[in-house]
Each structure stands twice: as C-alpha cells, then as structure tokens.
Design a protein around this ligand. Structure first.
Ligand SMILES: *[C@@H]1O[C@H](CO)[C@@H](O)[C@H](O)[C@H]1NC(C)=O
Length: 581
C-alpha cells in the first residue's frame, strides 16, 4: 500500500512491443516513462524503436546478434549508425571489421539498397537533432506485424508475420550471400557458398567446441589436430612442417607482405617463423599470415579471382612420411595397393557399364534419370551452347546418347543438402501435364546441381512477342491457343497436383513453345527448391518488374493469386504486341 498522494511504479508491455516502467500517480494522470526497452535494443528492432547515434559522446547504439540460435548472450555481429556522422548504417564483426553498409540516406532510400524504391510497406524516416540522430520506421499497413533482426547468421533480416501459416516470412536480407559475412565461419574454417553446411574446418583441423559447432555457432573456430614440429621442444630434422596448397580461395585480410624474390623464398620465410600459419605468392608478391586464419572463402573453380593459399601443417598430416618401421609400412602398403587396384578395376567396370546406360537412361526416383556431371558436361559440349539465363541459373542445349535434345539448367545458389534436393526434384518430376515442360532428370554431385528438361525448339514466348525479326509472328489464333494452354498448365499446378505449386515467376520468358507451338510452362517448383524472398525476386527480375504481383511488395503471403496476376499482365503483353500483327 502506498500513502495518499504518493505514487507507485508500474511496468507496462505495450502493443508496440515496448516494455515501459512508469510512475503512476494515484490521481490517474499519465506520466513519463522512467525506462523503456526500446532504448536498449538487443537483436530486434520494432516499429517505433530506433538505433541511434549519440552526437555528444559519438557513441552508437548497437543491434547485436545472439551468440547462437539458443543463446541470447552477445554475439559477434552488430548493426550501428555510422559513428562518423553519415546517414549510413554499417554491419560490423566484433565491432571492428565492417562487412556491409547501407550507403547514405537520400530521403527515400539508402543508396546501396536500391530495392527500397519498391518498398511500400516500411516507412523509414531519419531524425537528427542536437543530441542524437537515428532512423525509425512505421508500417503503412498497420495490420502487418514486422520484425527487423540482426540474425545469428550475421545478416540483417526483415520478417513479417503470416497469421495463416503461423510463421515468419523473410521479406528482405543483407548481405545477400552468407559468405559475405565477415568471419561467419571461425578461425581455420572455410566458408563455401552453395554448400550445406557453409563452414568446414581446414584440412588438419577439427572443431574446437563440438556443442558450439552443432549449434552452427562458429565463433570458437577449429584447432590443429597435430602440433607443428616447430612448436616441439626437441625438433628433429626429419619431419619438417610442410605446406598444403588450397586452390580457389579468396585470401584473408591482414596479411604481412614480405620482400622476397620467388615462391620458394616466400615458403621458407613462413617456415622459419613458427607463428606463420600460411603464405601466398601472387603476382610476385609474397604474403604471410601470422597466427589465426580468419574469414577464408572458398570460391568456385570457375571464379578467376581465386588464389592458392599454402597452409602450414605438421608433416605427419601428409601421410607419406618415412618411419623406422619401414618394413611394416612396405608390407601394409603392398596389401593396400593390391586392394586399391582391385577396387579400381571394379570401379572401371562399373563406370563402363554406367557409360553404356547413360542416354538410354538410368531411371531412379520415379521416372527421373540421375545423370553424372561428366555425362552432362559431354552432352552439352562443355556447356558451350547457352539457351538463356533464367532467374535460377543458365540453361544450355545438350544432346543425349539416344540423340534426343535436352535443355540443361545449371542451378545457382542452391543451399540444400543432397537428400532434400533429391526429394524436391522427385516431387517436381511427378508433376506432368502437356502444358508443363517435362523434367527428365537431374544431377547432384558435390555442390553441383543441374536439371535436365525436354528441349523446346521454338524458344520462349518473349522472343515471339518482342523480338520478332527472326521469329515467326504469332497470329491471333496462335496467341489464343498459347494463352489457353498456359492457363491450363497453371490451373494444373494450382489445383490438380497433390501439393499446390505456386510458380512465382510467370512471364513470357518462362512460357516455352514446342515444335507445334504448344505452350509449356517452365521453371515451376524451383521457387521451393531455391527459396524466394523479396530480395531474390528483385535481383532476378531483370526488367520484368511489370509481372510482379503486389503481394511481393506488400510483404504478405504469396498464394496462387500472385501467379494469376502475373498471367493477367502477360495477357496484356500478348494483346498489346498483337497490334503489330
Ligand atoms: C573481439 O575483439 C576483442 C578486442 O576488441 C578481442 O579481445 C576478442 O578476442 C575479439 N574476439 C574474437 C572472437 O576474435
């Protein structure tokens, strides 16, 4: 009980998500809050909240990730307003390495986030007074429940709540690629985009903390399995440390450059210094790394910016060192070599059998054929004849062993594991209709994912509509048949399949025409395979913005209606271009 005239304190959790502590006088009048959670953001920024810069102390406020998805302790990634006083937001690793910035605010958008031009749901505004500057945001449509987070992945994410599905829908995220996040993979780990999991220990290293590793928390990194010879107290001449070449790497920051004349001297410089862990010799410059190796990115073999990193390892990691027990080794290796030769013969036999079967097809997963990468490489003559580049990857013409023509799609940015990929692909394979392009098979080897479709000799509808010099001009009857067939294909996807498939990308480029100009919808089911959020849709639109349903921009659930919208826009194009017939 309080005495008359005195006040009590109340804590209120407001609908905005703000928890406030106020003094509530007994006369019932409102009073200022003494403390509010919006002033102390952790990893979530809600409408009405702010991430500010204190102009007097030059101290920014941070939106900081959790340590991992189960532990809300302070993580390594944080978002802050540029302490230099620009209107740019920065994302930093360990409050030291900047790996993303929004660019300055021009009153409507952040300059490096052009997709904001198409944003009609978040209303950002910039406030600056003598004490502080900050951004705050509200929602144009108050029925949308949003959440802006600094995620444990090191990416900032805008999510909106889907009431029907009871889950968060990813609307936008940056940086786009996981491996662009500085040191997302920890010490002595490498980050490989398009692989699952993204992080792996370098050869000769193992996770320092398995519990962390299993939570996908890479902050503790990996450690050496075998200590270096130079760290031993009584080093012997025999087992000198050696270097392992790791090709196609984006070299880590913080190298020391050494003035030496050739690669051999570069290597011996690193060998002489026990705390040197790696070196690289690129265009006559020798770089060495002292201590921990951080932020290593594995690039794909066709990325020409990759360099070779030479990693220092104990000689025993190389498995070919000579020992005093030479005889035992000779006997053992004799047996091993014998077994290997047998295995190799068996493998050759199997491969030659498989070779004969390719083309004729080796059906697995229903009617789909699992192709080997080499076979597709050969049948497309090293991916030489490009048919087009869709939103999900480039498409190449190929010829199978039975001389039937196929279109081979090399998928980009697949983050799914082998098993999940096969499951999704076999689902797509069961979806068959005269107005859908038939999936004949797939290839899944390592990080490579390819899909093999029937080849469509008359190309895609957009060529006939917009670039009709070399293409047959479509007459009214044909246009009508194409519109009807496309609608039949879509209706089948939406209503007749076991699981309703929303195409997400209906446009003339995705309507293919067979030899008889029968339309076939292409690329269905891929949205689920590669995942589609707003920023991916935006980056893959390539000037086809006109077909994009408003749901994409409004951040609400995408249903079959989005396809109907896009289909309608496509009909308009068919009508408008028909004036030239
Ligand atoms: C982060 O920086 C602090 C000093 O600023 C340092 O002590 C700490 O080791 C760093 N964390 C990691 C994981 O490197």
């Amino acid at each position: 009980m309080t005495s008359p005239g005195a006040s009590s304190f109340v804590a209120l959790l407001l609908d905005s998500g703000n928890l406030i502590l106020t003094e509530s006088p007994n006369d019932g009048s409102a009073s200022e809050s003494l403390w509010q959670s919006f002033d102390h953001p952790i990893d979530t920024w809600l409408p009405g909240g702010k991430i500010k810069l204190d102009k007097k102390t030059k101290q920014p406020q941070y939106l900081t990730s959790w340590k991992n998805k189960e532990n809300p302790a302070t993580g390594l990634f944080s978002l802050e307003l540029d302490p230099k006083g620009t209107t740019s937001y920065l994302i930093l690793w360990n409050k030291s390495e900047e790996y993303w910035r929004s660019g300055p605010w021009d009153g409507h958008i952040f300059s490096l986030v052009p997709e904001m031009r198409l944003n009609y749901i978040y209303n950002f505004s910039f406030v600056s007074n003598e004490n502080e500057s900050y951004f705050t945001y509200s929602m144009y449509n108050s029925s949308i429940i949003p959440r802006f987070v600094m995620d444990v992945s090191g990416q900032i994410k805008q999510l909106s709540w889907l009431e029907n599905a009871l889950q968060w829908n990813l609307f936008w995220s940056q940086p786009r690629q996981q491996c662009e996040v500085y040191a997302f993979c920890g010490a002595f780990e490498r980050c490989t985009e398009n692989s699952m999991p993204y992080c792996s220990c370098l050869t000769g290293f193992e996770p320092k903390s398995l519990p962390d590793w299993n939570l996908e928390d890479h902050s503790s990194g990996c450690e050496r399995k075998k200590t270096l010879q130079c760290e031993n107290s009584n080093p012997s001449k025999e087992d000198k440390d050696r270097f392992l070449a790791i090709p196609n790497m984006a070299l880590p920051k913080h190298a020391e450059s050494v003035g030496v004349g050739n690669a051999g001297e570069c290597e011996s410089t690193c060998l002489r210094n026990c705390s040197c862990t790696a070196y690289a010799y690129v265009s006559n410059v020798c770089s060495i790394w002292i201590g921990t190796l951080l932020n290593l990115r594995q690039l794909s073999s066709d990325d020409s910016s990759g360099q070779t990193l030479y990693l220092k390892l104990a000689a025993s990691e190389f498995h070919d060192d000579e020992n005093s027990n030479l005889n035992i080794i000779r006997v053992v290796s004799g047996v091993v070599v014998g077994i290997l030769i047998l295995l190799a013969l068996l493998l050759l036999f199997l491969i030659s059998r498989r070779r004969r079967m390719v083309g004729a097809g080796k059906p697995v997963e229903g009617s789909l054929v699992a192709f080997g990468y080499r076979d597709l490489h050969n049948s497309t003559r090293n991916f030489s004849e490009k048919l087009g580049g869709g939103g999900f990857g480039s498409v190449f013409k190929g010829t199978l062993g039975d001389s039937s023509l196929v279109a081979v799609k090399k998928l980009e940015s697949i983050s799914q594991g082998e098993k999940q990929f096969r499951t999704e692909v076999s689902t797509i394979g069961t979806v068959q209709h005269v107005n859908l392009v038939r999936l004949r098979g797939f290839c899944s080897e390592g990080t490579r994912r390819l899909l093999v479709y029937d080849y469509m000799p008359n190309g895609s509808l957009d060529f006939h509509l917009f670039q009709n010099k070399n293409y047959k001009v479509l007459d009214w009857k044909m246009r009508y048949q194409i519109a009807l067939g496309t609608a039949r294909g879509l209706a089948y996807l939406h209503e007749k399949c076991r699981d309703c498939i929303v195409h997400c990308d209906i446009k003339p480029e995705n309507i293919l025409l067979d030899a008889d100009y029968c339309p076939k919808v292409a690329d269905f089911g891929l949205a689920k395979l590669v995942g589609r959020d707003f920023s991916r849709v935006l980056t893959t639109m390539r000037g086809t913005r006109g077909y994009l349903a408003p749901e994409w921009i409004a951040g609400v659930a995408i249903t079959a209606k989005a396809d109907v919208y896009s289909y309608g826009m496509m009909l308009f194009k068919c009508l408008l271009t028909a004036r030239r017939v």
